[in-house]
Design a protein around this ligand. Structure first.
Ligand SMILES: Nc1ncnc2c1ncn2[C@@H]1O[C@H](COP(=O)(O)OP(=O)(O)OP(=O)(O)O)[C@@H](O)[C@H]1O
Length: 232
């Protein structure tokens, strides 16, 4: 669960400040893809960065998890926020941001190890997870390829596997189809939807393009930093 309560975020703008997110409250339940849409500059990416514990808001709370397991990311130090991201949050950006020298399998394994696979037993479990996840995203036959040997859609699949290898509860996705053609974009959106339902992820996904509206379970429109309309 992601429970954003009364989030306000501003950035310095010369002598002044620009309000990117203006008192937004939004819940994203487990097993649900919640889309955030809205015009350019409306605050979508800023809100997503807050939900991913990448930026601390000026005000409001960012509850990740439920009940006794809930943590308010807005109250954490930077190192605790980084720890929260490594353990409970998966992030997929517009570009896949893969490391050019590593194979698909290594990209995912490296992330698994950053997530704290210290003991040999744990390390081998996460390596198995990496292989299983790459198969789950349709890359069983491409695990030993480097990014330049993969298509844009395949690279985005590696990025999704990498975001999920530490078994996060929350998946935060920024415009995952922006670099893809329509068919590959549709396949990536279907994959995110399937993984969200199967793994009970709370997925928050920014898109300005509603071509793939049917893969979103909920939709929130943001205008001028505020929520304009929820659902349909
Ligand atoms: N790092 C920053 N420093 C200063 N202003 C920023 C920064 N990031 C965003 N802004 C401003 O905050 C507002 C919201 O930007 P944001 O990128 O969140 O919008 P968006 O809806 O994601 O836009 P787009 O669809 O074009 O990516 C804009 O006015 C933008 O100029």
């Amino acid at each position: 669960m992601i429970d954003l309560r009364n989030i306000t975020l501003s950035f310095p703008d010369g002598q002044d400040r620009v309000t990117a997110v203006d008192d937004v409250s939004l819940k994203c339940a487990d097993g649900v893809v919640t889309g955030i849409t809205g015009p350019s500059g409306s605050g979508k990416s800023s809100l997503l960065a807050v939900a991913a514990a990448l930026i601390r808001p000026d005000a409001g709370s960012v509850l990740i998890g439920t009940g006794a397991d809930a943590v308010d990311a807005a109250r954490l130090t930077w190192s605790r926020a980084a720890e929260l991201r490594r353990s409970r949050i998966g992030i997929v950006f517009q570009q896949s941001n893969l490391l050019p020298a590593l194979t698909a399998r290594e990209q995912v394994q490296v992330m698994a190890r950053l997530g704290g696979a210290a003991s040999p037993a744990r390390r081998s479990a996460t390596d198995e997870d990496a292989v299983e996840l790459l198969a789950a995203v349709g890359l069983a036959d491409h695990m030993d390829k480097r990014p330049h040997q993969l298509s844009g859609g395949q690279r985005q699949r590696v990025a999704i596997a990498r975001a999920l290898v530490h078994r996060p509860e929350v998946l935060v996705v920024d415009e995952p189809t922006s670099a893809l053609d329509r068919d590959r974009g549709a396949a990536i959106m279907r994959l995110i939807s399937e993984l969200t339902h199967r793994r009970r992820l709370a997925t928050l996904l920014v898109t300005h393009d509603l071509t793939y509206r049917d893969t979103l379970d909920e939709l929130v429109t943001v205008v001028d930093g505020a929520v304009a309309a929820a659902g349909e």
